[in-house]
Structures are given as C-alpha cells and as structure tokens.
Design a protein around this ligand. Structure first.
Ligand SMILES: Nc1ncnc2c1ncn2[C@@H]1O[C@H](COP(=O)(O)OP(=O)(O)OP(=O)(O)O)[C@@H](O)[C@H]1O
Length: 648
C-alpha cells in the first residue's frame, strides 16, 4: 500500500509563532525549499520535462507510436530513431512519450481518488470528531490492514485490463494513510485560537474548513502526494509488465518493459528507455516528496527555537570568571539577532546543585532568549556572545555543535512553554518517551526501554502509566501533558532542568501539583532547576534565588526571601507590588504603567528610568551593577535595604 511517511523529530523547544500556517503549511515556502536544493531542483526539473513531453507527445513524438518499419527492427539508437526501435521497427522514443500519456493519466486518477478521499475524510474526522472520527479511524485501520495487491488483482479480475479501475482502487486504499495525517493536522489546527475566533465570528463549518483548516494541512499533503505518485507509477508499470494493464499494441511504460524483457538477449538496450523513464520518474517523485516533507515538517519548521535549528554560533568575549561551585554558571551572556538587535545584554547568573533559580520579568524582557542561548537553540541568524557558560565543570562556549548536542537533554533538560505543542500529535506518549529513552541510553534493550518509560511516567505521578503510554497527545489534559513533558525531560537524567513558564497555561490546582512535582524531583535527584516565569507565586513556592530581568538586562539578583522582604531595584519593587498573589482583598492592585521598551529602543542609561518613580538626571548615565549583601542590583537610587537599614 502506498503510505506517505511522517517525519519524526526531537521536541521543539521554543515558544514563538505556533501558528500551523507557519508550520510549514505554506506551499510557496515548500516549493522554494525544493528549488533551493540542487537535488530537489534537478528532480523537479526532470518531472516537469517528463510530464510536459508526455502531454505534448502528439506534437513532440517523431513517429506514430504504432508505425512499423520491418526493415529496421531492434536498431538501437540512430539518428533517425534516437532511442532505437523495437521488434516491429516502431520508434521507441515515440512509444515512450505516448506510453507516458497513458501511465501518467492512470497515476493522475489514483492521485485524484487519494487526495479527495484522504483530505475529505481526514479534515471531517479531525474537525467534527465524535462518531465520524471513530468511523474514519476504524475504516482507515481496515484499509491499512488489507493487502492492496490482492484487492487490485480482484478488481482486475472483475474489470479485465481496466487500469483506471485498478488505480482508482489503489488511490482509495492508500487514502487511509493520508486521512490519518490530515486528521492529525486538523486536530492540531482546530484548537488554534484563530479557528475558535472564526467559529465565534459565525463562519459556517465549510468556510472555516476551507479558509482556516485546509491551508494548514496543504504542506504535508503535497509532500505525501509526491511520494505516493512515485509509488503509484511503479504499481502501474508492474501491472503493465504483468500484462494486466493496457494491452498491446497500445504503448504503456509497463508494456515497454515487458517487450524489452522479451528481447533481452537480442537487444538489451531496449530495457534502458522504458525502465529508465519509470525508475527515474519514480525516484524524482520520491526525492521531491522527501524534500517537501522536510520543508513542511512541523517539527523542523514550526518553531524558530526548535531542537533542530541548533547551529547558533557562539563568540567568546571578555568577562568575569564563572563560579566553580555552581552546576551552571553564566557570565557575560548576550544574544544578537539576525537584524543586529541585541535582545539579551551581558546576563550573568549561577545555579547550584539541588537549588532552584527563578528568572523573573515582564513579557519581552529576554528570559526565554537567555535560557535558549545557554542551550544554543536560537532563531536562525542569532549569535550568542558569552564570557563563560560553565556547566558541570565544562566550558560550553568552547563546545562545538556535537558537544552541545550531548549536553542538551542529557546534561541540561528543557521543558518548553507549551507542553502539548511540544508533543508530536502523530505518536503515542509511549513511543515519544521511548524515543527519548533510546536516545539517552544507547544499546538499551526493548524491555529496558519499556521499563524505563513506565518508571518515568510513575516518577511524574501519572496514574495508570500503561494507559497514559497508549494515549496520543490530544487525549491528555494540560496538566497531564506537562507531566509527560517533564517525564521526557527526565529521560536523560539531567543535572539542570530548565522549565520555561511551566505552569502558565494551567489552572491553579494543577499548577500547584506541577510545582510540587518539580520540588520533589529536585529534592530526590539533586537536580538544579531554572524556572522562567513572570509569576511571583511560582518563585515564592519553588525557588531559592531570583534573577530579575528588565529589557534584556539583569537588574536584580538575590535570595528569594531577600527579594520579597527588601527588593532593591525599583522595578523589582513595582513588579512585586503589582503581583495579584500578594494583593490585599478589596484593595486596588497597583499597576506598573508603561511597557518594556522593545530591543533596539532601549534608553542609554537605566532602561527602567522612563517608567521609574524615582528616576533623576543621574539615571541617564549607564548604570553598573552593584554587588553586596548576598545579591546585586543595577540602580543608582536603590530602595532602602531594610535588612541592614542601608540606603544603598
Ligand atoms: N524568534 C524571534 N525573532 C525575533 N525576535 C524575537 C524572537 N523571539 C523573541 N524575540 C524578541 O526578543 C525579546 C526577548 O524575548 P523573550 O521571549 O526572551 O522574552 P521573555 O521575557 O521570555 O517573554 P515571554 O514571557 O513573553 O516569553 C523580545 O523583544 C522578543 O520580541
């Protein structure tokens, strides 16, 4: 049966632009990717030449495909017959071109059935769910389990030599695979806020499907169609070769191969034109499909910060020495994007084994970029500069890409902002956890991998581990998905776990459960935690130290208790005052007016000055970090240190 392959990949690590439209669903981008790769362009060019030549056979073929010349049988290539002649002296080039018309027509019929049925069933099942979804899944299971060749033989027994009937049947049977892929893409896109918004806006279901859902699945579909076209062509040629398809003297590519095989000792050359055109066209379809799949694969193109886009260059710069007692110590870390804007500026922090560090700040302050820079998982074109990133005694700045690949997941685990989006909708939890276990425990037996996946699910306290392993990501609640994401991050037994907003999308009770789990894992394994958050409640509950970021810089760093009791930077103070967790019932919640300036528009002096109630002319000068009393701040008018009484 003809199945398109779905690529597998490591989980994405980023958070920006989750729209499936950018998930490689854009056909223009996909075709550009094909043309941009020499092998893709070559194969696409070959397909265009073959299809055009066959469609224009009436004009291009030098002879009538049936015209015989018994004085020139088995002639081999000559000036008059470029590809030679066959046993009846017929021109082989003309027969290849006309035969291609027949073969491509029936392949086209198979693809039409494949596309119409696969897309319609997949979109309706994924969008409507319920009984329709169950029926489509059962029917596709049935179709996938049926031996396609036997069914084709039955169809050809009922409709002798009717290649169209056989190929349409093939398309229908193969559509089961497409329906499943389209269903999975539709399931993902139907939960997108823009689809919900379209529904709320009153768009009818067909309009929502055509305008919002179908465009998102176009990318995977065209790559599958190209892959399936190659396989269908081979099936058509095989039917012709077996004498079950188009009958002589009508030319077809399969028939040409049969005729050539009968004259293999007399004129071996004859096998080259027929066999060559079938093989090269099928290979070209497969290569184009493969390149398209790479270009449209969610897992490679969805996230700018994906695990696959990890060739972020790193440049060493001058800066203070790392703290050797910390498991992760960062000094002078900056991130510059492709357009030259700096989004993270000279950040430093330390995390010790068994402790938790909270990276706090408003949205856009550079928290996610900072942790992504440590892992070197940044958007294409971004550059990391660092004096030192020391992890477990190793200098990560000196590591090449191979070395970093070993650190990711194994040494430093990462949990992305959106746990559901980081799980592949096409595979069960079990297969995704097993993939992570196999990656980190090379050589583990099947039983060991299975045991370890169950252990991981148990470690994150998910009830009924076997049931959970059999589930697909869309069957998990947000809290379950987050626990699965944590389990997968634990597969490599990391010594540092970075969690980017691990509780943002969860309700309060589930949030508390996840934080308890992270705390318990830290205590049990001695792993260090870095939590990226804008929620002071998470910092208070889970962290030992806090690093407050504003406009790409660290503005304050101290023990959590100290930050809560006596914040030194006015930004920290204002952020704490605006924290709803600490608000007095009935009292108005103070609001921090204004917004974080965008990168590239940062003031020269203190970046917080335009929003600061205590700013003076002094603040227009660059402000250095002041270190002391177990912390640091970057302010010329720090708030009173109530723990010592010092104004500065
Ligand atoms: N892929 C990207 N391309 C261009 N700019 C980006 C990209 N990702 C982030 N930025 C910019 O970098 C800056 C820092 O973003 P970052 O995501 O690190 O902030 P954050 O503090 O983690 O915010 P949030 O809590 O919203 O994730 C922002 O101004 C953001 O617009």
């Amino acid at each position: 049966m003809l199945h398109g392959a779905g690529g597998r990949g490591e989980p994405p690590g980023g958070s920006r632009d989750r729209s499936p439209r950018s998930a490689g669903g854009d056909p223009v981008t996909a075709w550009r990717a094909v043309v941009g790769r020499p092998v893709g362009a070559l194969c696409l060019g070959w397909l265009v030449v073959v299809v055009t030549a066959c469609l224009g056979a009436d004009l291009l073929a030098p002879y009538d495909p049936q015209e015989q010349d018994l004085t020139a049988v088995y002639s081999g290539p000559t000036g008059a017959h470029w590809l030679g002649t066959d046993q009846l002296g017929r021109d082989v080039l003309s027969r290849v071109l006309h035969g291609g018309q027949v073969s491509l027509l029936v392949v086209g019929q198979a693809l039409a059935a494949y596309l119409v049925l696969g897309c319609a069933a997949g979109v309706l099942a994924g969008y409507r769910r319920g009984w329709l979804d169950r029926v489509v899944l059962r029917v596709s299971d049935l179709a996938l389990s049926m031996p396609a060749v036997v069914i084709l033989l039955v169809v050809l027994a009922i409709f002798p030599h009717d290649e169209s009937a056989a190929m349409v049947t093939l398309g229908v049977l193969s559509a089961a695979g497409l329906a499943r892929v389209v269903r999975a893409s539709t399931l993902a896109v139907r939960e997108e806020p823009f689809v919900a918004a379209a529904r709320v806006a009153g768009l009818s279901t067909p309009k929502v499907l055509v305008r919002h859902v179908l465009p998102a699945v176009v990318g995977p579909v065209i790559s599958l169609v190209a892959l399936v076209a190659g396989s269908a062509l081979l099936v058509e040629a095989s039917l012709g070769f077996l004498g079950l398809g188009v009958q002589p003297p009508e030319p077809s590519w399969g028939g040409l191969i049969t005729e050539a095989s009968q004259a293999i000792y007399r004129q071996p050359w004859l096998l080259v034109p027929g066999g060559g055109v079938v093989a090269s066209t099928a290979i070209a379809c497969a290569v184009v499909g493969d390149v398209l799949r790479d270009a449209t694969d969610d897992r490679t193109s969805r996230e700018p910060l994906s695990w696959r886009r990890m060739r972020t260059p790193v440049v060493r710069r001058a800066g203070g020495p790392a703290d050797d007692t910390a498991v992760l110590s960062v000094r002078g870390l900056s991130v510059r994007l492709e357009d030259g804007t700096t989004v993270v500026d000279d950040v430093a922090f330390d995390v010790h084994a068994g402790t938790a560090l909270g990276l706090v700040g408003e949205s856009g302050c550079g928290k996610s970029m900072t942790v992504s820079a440590v892992l070197r998982l940044l958007p294409p074109g971004a550059v990391v500069e660092a004096a030192e990133v020391r992890f477990a005694g190793r200098d990560l700045v000196a590591l090449d890409e191979r070395g970093m690949a070993g650190v990711r997941g194994g040494g430093i685990g990462y949990i992305a902002q959106d746990p559901v989006a980081s799980l592949d909708p096409l595979f069960t939890v079990g297969s995704q956890l097993a993939e992570a276990v196999r990656h980190h425990h090379r050589g583990a037996t099947r039983d060991e991998v299975r045991r370890r996946t169950v252990d991981l699910v148990e470690a994150v306290h998910l009830p009924d581990p076997k049931g959970v392993l059999a589930k697909y990501p869309h069957q998990l609640s947000g809290g379950m998905a987050q626990r699965v994401a944590i389990a997968r991050a634990l597969a490599g037994e990391p010594s540092v776990l970075i969690a980017d907003e691990p509780t943002t999308a969860l309700d309060v009770t589930v949030q508390a459960g996840i934080l308890d789990l992270l705390r318990e894992l830290r205590e049990r394994t001695g792993m260090a935690l870095v939590l990226v958050t804008h929620d002071w409640g998470v910092v208070a509950d889970t962290c030992d130290k806090a690093v407050v970021m504003y406009a790409g810089q660290v503005v304050e760093r101290a023990d959590v208790r100290r930050v809560f009791d006596a914040p030194r930077h006015p930004y920290t103070e204002a952020l704490l005052a605006a924290d709803p967790n600490a608000a007095a019932p009935g009292a108005r919640l103070p609001v921090l007016a204004g917004a974080v300036p965008a990168p590239g528009h940062w003031p020269d002096g203190c970046r917080f000055a335009p929003r600061c109630a205590f700013a003076t002319a002094e603040c227009a000068r660059p402000v250095a970090e002041t270190v002391g009393h177990g912390g640091s701040h970057r302010c010329v008018h720090p708030r009173r240190d109530t723990t010592t009484g010092a104004a500065r």
